[in-house]
Design a protein around this ligand. Structure first.
Ligand SMILES: [Mn+2]
Length: 354
């Protein structure tokens, strides 16, 4: 926790800020390692305050006491905040403009006598580089995800429904240590697989492609995996489609594994392979970063610029989607390392016919 506060103080100095007021739930969790959707933090040059309501003050005091002054705020937010800001002689206060509501901004402007300075993606940029504890949480989340995939393969048939599969995946993950699912589970069959973010329905699986895109969270950190399998036998056209996606995915992974760091290039390697025969049928980016949020920066996309850094965790998830017929996506999640990558995803990728 102290390291992160040190970094934020360095950034404050660069921007000439006397303090930073953190209001997003994700920032709260990032800086305190515990979740309180209403908790807010204030970092000044010399002090660090955690404002935690009654429900959380006991746990906050236990977890944070050496690093933060825990305050149980009472009354109007601008009053208790204003008091501390005055005591600390804050003139320029950094605020999280991505999450601060217009309502709260106007309250601050009218009630608190400080200059509000937007800090933009400052905290997001800090979160792009995962430390070893964060990587461990992501790995744990992916291990649970892989276990759930193995488990579900024994259950898939034309006798169960898409929503059954989603419920079973989520229940299994919870039973095996997940705090929660990572996002709304995608579990879609046959022609619905052409929808990259199709919603599971109470309908039985049909023969053909079946796509599952799901993950778990551990200590707030997400995993993200997609596998497409075939219920029954795949015909030659389906095999060609599947193997094109697989080839695109493996090529992009190979690029990263060999030390390639150009995020746009990674996307373009996969995209070129798909566009040889399926131009126009891969409408999304190759990947996104994952952490305390399911979609973080940097992305691997045609619009990306810049190089990946050691400690980034990104997905590699090419897909081909033929409208009203079917689609295939294969997604792994990898960490960028000093030499190459660590692929967290262990689930098999050769076409599985059930
Ligand atoms: Mn993803």
């Amino acid at each position: 926790m102290e390291d992160r506060i040190k970094i934020i103080r360095q950034k404050m100095e660069k921007l000439g800020l006397d303090g930073v007021y953190l209001t997003s739930r994700t920032s709260h969790r990032y800086f305190t390692k515990f979740d309180n959707e209403d908790g807010v933090l204030l970092v000044t040059k010399d002090n660090t305050y955690a404002f935690e309501d009654f429900r959380y003050t006991e746990v906050a005091e236990r977890l944070l006491k050496n690093v933060y002054t825990v305050i149980q705020p009472k009354g109007k937010r601008t009053e208790w905040l204003g008091e501390i800001l005055k005591k600390e002689s804050i003139e320029r206060l950094g605020v999280e403009d991505y999450s601060l509501s217009l309502y709260e901004h106007s309250l601050l402007k009218s009630d608190v006598n400080v200059n509000l300075v937007p800090i933009g993606n400052m905290i997001g940029e800090m979160r792009e580089i995962k430390d070893s504890w964060e990587l461990e949480q992501i790995e744990k989340a992916q291990i649970i995800t892989d276990m759930a995939f193995e488990h579900i393969l024994g259950i898939l048939s034309t006798d169960i429904t898409e929503t059954d599969v989603a419920a079973e995946l989520e229940y299994f993950m919870r039973k095996h240590g997940a705090e929660d699912k990572s996002f709304e589970t995608i579990s879609i069959s046959a022609e619905k697989t052409s929808l990259p973010h199709g919603v599971p329905e109470n309908v039985k699986l049909k023969k053909g492609f079946f796509t599952m895109d799901f993950g778990a969270t551990v200590n707030g950190y997400h995993s993200d995996m997609t596998r497409t399998v075939c219920i029954g036998k795949a015909d030659d056209e389906m095999k060609k489609l599947y193997n094109t996606v697989l080839r695109a995915q493996l090529s992009a992974l190979e690029y990263l594994e060999s030390g390639g760091l150009d995020s746009k290039e990674a996307d373009s390697i996969a995209r070129k392979i798909i566009y040889e025969d399926y131009e126009g049928y891969f409408g999304h980016s190759l990947g996104h970063s994952v952490g305390l949020e399911i979609h973080e920066k940097p992305a691997l996309s045609p619009k990306s610029s810049g190089l990946l850094k050691v400690g980034n965790v990104v997905t590699v998830e090419p897909g081909i989607y033929i409208p009203s017929r079917y689609g295939v996506r294969i997604e792994d999640m990898v960490a960028i390392e000093e030499r190459g990558i660590k692929n967290f995803t262990m689930s098999p990728k050769k076409l599985i016919e059930l």
